[in-house]
Design a protein. Structure first.
Length: 270
């Protein structure tokens, strides 16, 4: 059942923590039920639209999301229609499959769909049933997203300057990259063992990167490896330093060297 209380914004501390972890601007939020396949049950999440990503939280006050979904490759969305319980459903058609969404009512569903289309298509949808206030906020989000894309492109063209891991380039980073601290990475690996056992994250100096790994030996063992940016290359500080051309090749190196015993941590696939 959908929660009946009116959704309230997360407390400032939690909002700031989510902002830091995701590294993306918040555009819209509220309760949504989702399911990835028709044979599954819908599950309710507190959901945030940040950039072109949906972040799903088990609890409205949880600082760390339990799933995330990149919707930048959205091809289309179905019309919002009511179900037998009065909720409103629609489907996002993505390049890698479908995602069914269910909102409290049709007005809420159309608002969610409107914001999603705005950030993915860079155009406010011409839906006459949207209220003037909703359309105004969508136009504001559209301008923010356009500015974010310009900044993202500027970061990409200036890739030789790697003084800090740019959080705005999450979509171009390896899937197991998360803008989290060492302790947060440890907690994510411990709480979600089926999602993988290797996270790429910013280093403590915020100028380089680190790999956090949870090995499964006689007992779980955690290790951290520093990855230093050197011009256009990356150096893994092992007993014998390894230089590789990209962060993705750093992740691939760990996977290959362990005969695929290490699995990149991708929580949205769980």
């Amino acid at each position: 059942e959908q929660p009946e209380e009116t959704p309230q914004p997360a407390p400032r501390r939690i909002f700031q923590e989510r902002q830091r972890i995701t590294g993306l601007p918040l555009y819209f939020q509220g309760y949504l039920s989702i399911r990835h396949a028709r044979h599954q049950e819908f599950r309710v999440y507190w959901t945030e639209l940040r950039g072109t990503m949906l972040f799903f939280y088990d609890d409205k006050k949880a600082p760390i999301y339990s799933q995330k979904l990149d919707i930048s490759a959205l091809t289309s969305a179905t019309n919002v229609h009511p179900d037998e319980n009065g909720s409103a459903q629609f489907i996002l058609m993505l390049s890698n499959g479908e995602l069914e969404l269910k909102a409290n009512d049709c007005e809420c569903g159309k608002e969610w769909k409107g914001f999603i289309l705005t950030v993915t298509k860079l155009s406010v949808p011409p839906d006459e049933s949207l209220l003037p206030g909703q359309l105004r906020r969508m136009h504001e989000v559209l301008e923010k997203e356009k500015r974010r894309r310009i900044t993202l492109n500027s970061c990409s063209s200036a890739s030789l300057d790697r003084k800090s891991p740019p959080s705005s380039t999450l979509t171009t980073m390896p899937a197991c990259f998360y803008a989290v601290s060492r302790q947060e990475a440890i907690e994510m690996l411990e709480k979600n063992p089926s999602c993988g056992n290797m996270i790429l994250r910013p280093a403590r100096d915020n100028k380089n990167y680190a790999i956090t790994i949870r090995y499964k030996l006689d007992a779980p063992c955690l290790k951290h490896y520093k990855v230093v940016s050197k011009g256009t290359s990356y150096v893994i500080k092992l007993e014998r330093w390894v230089t590789l051309p990209s962060l993705q090749s750093v992740v691939d190196y760990f996977v290959t060297q362990t005969q695929e015993k290490l699995k990149p941590f991708v929580i949205r696939t769980c």
